[in-house]
Ligand binder design. Structure first.
Ligand code: AMP
Length: 622
């Protein structure tokens, strides 16, 4: 077939590639009104934008269907990351192969002298990342004096990554007559400024909403207790059993940790982040392409531009920073008409934020609980049944072995051993703190009962030992965020480096939760909490722990579960020295206790709390 408005050599290349129609962005850049003009295009990842600018450049580059001989480049494409640049280079290679194009790739982390040699040999198209291109330009290896077209791919991302100076220096080194094509997922004001400065009478094209940006992606939002995030990842991987899955984390440290943990559990996983060399990244991608690996754990930046046709599952292990990042990450799947699933793991405290993000991006997601170990086992059984019942032609040798087995064991034994052998190859699913029967009322809503709280007193109604002198802390989550001691306790232990027994009462209110800690360890607890929080005082799942000198302002709920109810907590029962209450005049958290002599008396308390301070900022993800 032929594609209208395209040079035959490009049309043939698309047909040979098996493309039957142009995507919306490709049609629009090929229309007559776009010919020769600067273009400001907003198109999402997966929309076919790479081929789109490849086609758009055709008129400037081709002479009688051939690339002219050139001693310096005619077209320059600048992309934010190595992977994206390499991917662009691959796409342009097949698109312009018949036209006889010579393409050089100049990207950070690769051998610069090889690139200089390639540039010296005369290439018509150069694809690169901003920093490396600028280097070549400054050293005189890249001559842009004859440039006809400049393309900025994922321009918003390049500005976000701090490449403005590099881009400006590169563009300033090109002739004013060049055509400038600016492609960007979004057009925020810095992009508008850039367009104003470097484009003339640009045609604005937007196919967002029309193209396949996220049309073929089913979104799921899976709610979990913060302590269950990794367990949920394991179960999702096992349930979907995707040919290739990509897991996104916010930082390279978290990529490293999750990758190590998955490998330990027996998943064939690779990692991609800023800490990996180009060779390591290439090896990881190759392992995914030839199916030696099925799971890739990555940061947003490291995964940009990656196009893996078999990728059918994206898991946002940590919530993306905004709706654009959500779409970019998710756009690694559902590409070129294939179906994909994007799962966002949502710790309970982050539900509202994710809901807002999805609504802002007009994405309809299905909200659900994380798959349980039982769900995974059920799916395993279905898959095993299907696999083992598929007709196969057996080798005589295998039949002979089967007969020998049948002589020794019953068919049931043999079949069970076979199932066991298959199952042994799969990493075991994780038991999660479910939202199950104990936490739901008959209508399926989380139940609001006292039995989810941890009482302040023992079964006999007496004060729990060790908590006679205790300090109250506050969590910024309550019943509305599914607060439940089953996940709060492990979270407190992890954040505060204490054991379960060192946590006293847990009182869950509608939007906050109070708990107390023996005064003797409160300082250590508070310090550990600071160390395990981000700059904003919350951890990655949005949980903040702060001192609560006044203790709970709401009464404990009556205990339906028989935890020795009838108590009213330290507010009424504990010695006055606790911080469970602070009516005016009483000592509050942070004050020194009054000694036996009353105000001004000698301090007797070992505990001198420190204010909650700022942590050093996290390393940026790369
Ligand atoms: P991109 O948006 O450039 O990252 O492209 C997404 C994927 O769509 C790539 O794998 C392309 O090769 C593929 N693609 C681009 N144009 C078409 C088309 N017209 N028909 C089918 N697939 C396409």
């Amino acid at each position: 077939m032929t594609f209208e408005n395209l040079s035959p050599v490009l049309s043939d290349a698309l047909t040979a590639r098996g493309y039957e129609t142009l995507t919306p962005v490709q049609s629009q850049v090929s229309e007559d009104q776009a010919k020769g003009r600067d273009l400001l295009v907003s198109a999402q990842t997966g929309s076919g934008k790479t081929v789109a600018f490849g086609l758009a450049m055709g008129d400037e580059l081709l002479e009688d269907g051939r690339m002219p001989y050139a001693t310096s480049p005619l077209a320059l494409i600048i992309a934010p990351t190595r992977e994206l640049a390499l991917q662009v280079s691959r796409e342009l290679s097949w698109l312009y192969a018949k036209a006889g194009a010579r393409i050089a790739t100049c990207v950070g982390g690769m051998d610069a002298s090889k690139e200089r040699r390639a540039l010296g040999q005369g290439v018509q198209i150069v694809v690169g990342t901003p920093g490396r291109l600028r280097d070549h330009l400054e050293r005189g290896a890249l001559d842009l004096s004859a440039l006809r077209v400049a393309v900025l791919d994922e321009a918003d991302e390049m500005l976000d990554m701090g490449f403005r100076d590099d881009l400006e220096e590169i563009l300033d080194g090109t002739p004013a007559t060049r055509r400038t094509l600016l492609f960007s997922a979004t057009i925020p004001s810095p992009i508008v400024q850039l367009a104003k400065r470097y484009q003339t009478n640009a045609l604005r094209i937007s196919t967002v909403g029309q193209d396949r940006g996220h049309g073929d992606i089913a979104y799921q939002a899976v709610t979990v207790a913060p302590a269950d995030i990794e367990g949920a990842v394991v179960n999702l991987l096992r349930l979907h059993d995707a040919e290739t899955a990509m897991l996104f984390c916010a930082t390279r440290d978290n990529v490293r940790r999750l990758h190590a943990s998955l490998v330990e559990r027996g998943f064939a996983a690779v990692a991609l982040s800023g800490e990996h060399s180009q060779n390591e990244r290439n090896a990881a991608l190759q392992a995914l392409r030839d199916r030696r690996a099925k799971v890739c754990v990555a940061t947003d930046v490291a995964a940009r531009g990656i196009d893996l046709p078999t990728l059918s599952l994206v898991v946002h292990v940590e919530i993306p920073r905004d709706a654009e990042a959500l779409q970019h990450r998710s756009g690694r799947t559902g590409r070129a008409g294939k179906k994909g699933t994007a799962v966002i793991i949502v710790p309970y405290p982050r539900r509202r934020r994710v809901d807002g993000m999805l609504r802002g991006a007009r994405i309809e997601a299905e909200w659900m609980d994380a798959p349980t170990a039982a769900d995974v086992r059920k799916r395993d059984q279905e898959r095993l049944m299907e696999k083992l019942l598929t007709p196969v032609e057996h080798e005589p040798e295998d039949i002979e072995l089967a007969q020998r087995l049948m002589a020794e064991r019953t068919p049931e034994d043999i079949a069970a051993s076979l199932v066991q052998a298959h199952r042994a190859l799969m990493p075991p699913p994780e038991d999660l703190i479910d939202n199950g029967p104990r936490g739901r009322d008959t209508a399926g809503r989380p139940e609001r009962g006292e039995r989810f709280e941890r009482p302040e007193r023992g079964a006999g109604g007496d004060q729990r030992e060790g908590f006679e002198d205790s300090v109250w802390f506050r969590l910024n989550i309550g019943r509305h965020q599914n607060a439940d001691p089953r996940w709060i306790l492990p979270l407190l232990c992890r954040r505060g480096h204490v054991s379960k027994n060192e946590i006293g009462a847990i009182r869950i209110g509608p939007k906050e939760t109070m708990f107390n800690i023996p005064r003797a360890i409160a300082d250590r607890f508070a310090e550990a909490v600071i160390r395990s929080a981000n700059e904003d005082g919350e951890d990655d799942s949005g949980v903040a722990i702060t001192p609560a000198p006044d203790g709970p302002t709401y009464p404990p709920r009556r205990d339906k579960g028989g935890h020795g109810g009838g108590h009213s907590g330290p507010r009424d029962g504990a010695p006055r020295s606790t911080l469970g209450r602070a009516p005016s005049g009483d000592r509050s958290y942070g004050e020194r206790p009054r000694g036996p002599g009353g105000p001004g008396g000698k301090p007797t308390d070992r505990y001198k709390p420190k204010p909650f301070g700022q942590r050093s900022p996290r390393r940026p993800s790369k």
